[in-house]
Design a binder for this molecule. Structure first.
Ligand code: SAH
Length: 258
C-alpha cells in the first residue's frame, strides 16, 4: 500500500533510510520520552524506534496513520491522529517532559517552534528538519542576515546547533527548497532575568518593523519615554539575546517610573 503525498499537509517523504538515521542521530538524548511530529510513512519513526526511548507519533493524515498501523511500524497505543498545533502539549506524555523530533511539515514550521517555546517547561530538547532557511534562522547569531524573531525567542531558552543540509532530491516529491537539520537543548537555567511577557512583546514588535530603528518601532511600548541613542538608533538584527533582555529591563524601569 503506497501513500500518495498530499500538498495540503506539506508532505515530502524522505527516500533514504541513511539520511533518516543521520537525522535521528541528531536528537540529544536528554529525556526518556519523544514525540515525533508527522511520521508520514514512518521512515524516521523506524530509526527512532531503534533508540532506547518511549516514542509516540502524531500525524494529521488518516491515510498515513492507516499505513503505519497496517505495516506494524508502530503500536496503536503510541499513535495519535490529530493536528499537533491544536492539542495541548502536557497531554502527550501525561504531564511528563518529552523531546520533539520530526521531518517537520514546512508550512507550519514557525508555528511548531512558537508552540514549543511557549511550552518550554515540557520540552527539554528538539531535533529535526525544516526548510534550510528556517533551520538556519533558528540557529543564527545576531548580525547575520537570517537572524530574526525565531532566533531570539528560541535562543533565549535553548542552545541550538545546525547539523547538515539535505538536498531536495532526497524527497518524494522533491520540495522547492533545500532542507536543514538542526537540534536544540534547553538551557539549564532557562528563566530569563527580565519580565518574560514584556521580552516577547519587545522582540516581536522590534522585528515586525525590521528596517526601522528601535526608537521608532518600539514607540507604542515606550509610551512617550525615549530610548538612549546608543540603543535606540540600532536595528533589531544587531541585538543579541542578552541585549534584548537588558533592553526589556530598561523599558520595564521606564514604564514603572512614569
Ligand atoms: N516524517 C516523514 C514525513 C514528513 S512530511 C518523512 O520524513 O518522510 C510531514 C508530515 O507531517 C506529513 O506526514 C504530514 O501529513 C504531517 N503533518 C502535517 N501537518 C501536521 C500537523 N499539523 N500535525 C501533525 N502532523 C502533520
Amino acid at each position: 500500500m503506497a501513500v500518495r503525498a498530499k500538498k495540503q499537509f506539506g508532505q515530502h517523504f524522505l527516500r533514504s533510510s541513511d539520511t533518516a538515521r543521520n537525522i535521528a542521530d541528531c536528537l540529544p538524548m536528554v529525556c526518556p520520552n519523544c514525540l515525533e511530529i508527522g511520521p508520514g510513512m514512518g521512515i524516521l519513526t523506524t530509526q527512532l524506534l531503534e533508540k532506547n526511548i518511549n516514542l509516540k507519533v502524531i500525524e494529521i493524515d488518516g491515510e498515513s496513520i492507516d499505513y503505519l498501523l497496517a505495516n506494524g511500524i508502530i503500536d496503536p497505543s503510541c499513535c495519535i491522529q490529530g493536528d499537533f498545533l491544536k492539542l495541548p502539549m502536557p497531554q502527550f506524555f501525561g504531564g511528563q517532559q518529552f523531546m520533539v523530533m520530526g521531518n517537520f511539515p514546512y508550512n507550519i514550521s514557525s508555528q511548531i517552534m512558537f508552540k514549543v517555546v511557549e511550552n518550554r517547561d515540557f520540552v527539554p530538547a528538539l531535533a529535526g528538519m525544516f526548510q534550510r532557511e528556517v533551520a538556519r534562522r533558528i540557529c543564527s547569531p545576531a548580525g547575520s542576515k537570517e537572524y530574526g524573531i525565531l532566533s531570539v525567542l528560541v535562543q533565549a531558552f535553548y542552545d541550538t546547533t545546525y547539523h547538515f543540509t539535505v538536498d531536495e532530491h532526497e524527497f518524494n516529491p522533491p520540495p522547492k527548497v533545500k532542507s536543514g537539520v538542526m537540534s536544540m537543548v534547553r538551557k539549564e537555567n532557562y528563566t530569563l532575568p527580565c519580565d518574560e511577557a514584556l521580552f516577547f512583546n519587545v522582540v516581536k514588535t522590534s522585528f515586525n518593523q525590521r528596517r526601522k530603528t528601535l526608537s521608532n518601532s518600539l514607540k507604542k511600548i515606550l509610551n512617550d519615554n525615549k530610548l538612549d541613542d546608543s540603543i535606540g538608533q540600532k536595528r533589531p538584527e544587531q541585538l543579541s539575546v542578552e541585549e534584548f533582555i537588558s533592553l526589556t529591563n530598561t523599558i520595564a524601569e521606564m514604564l514603572t517610573k512614569k
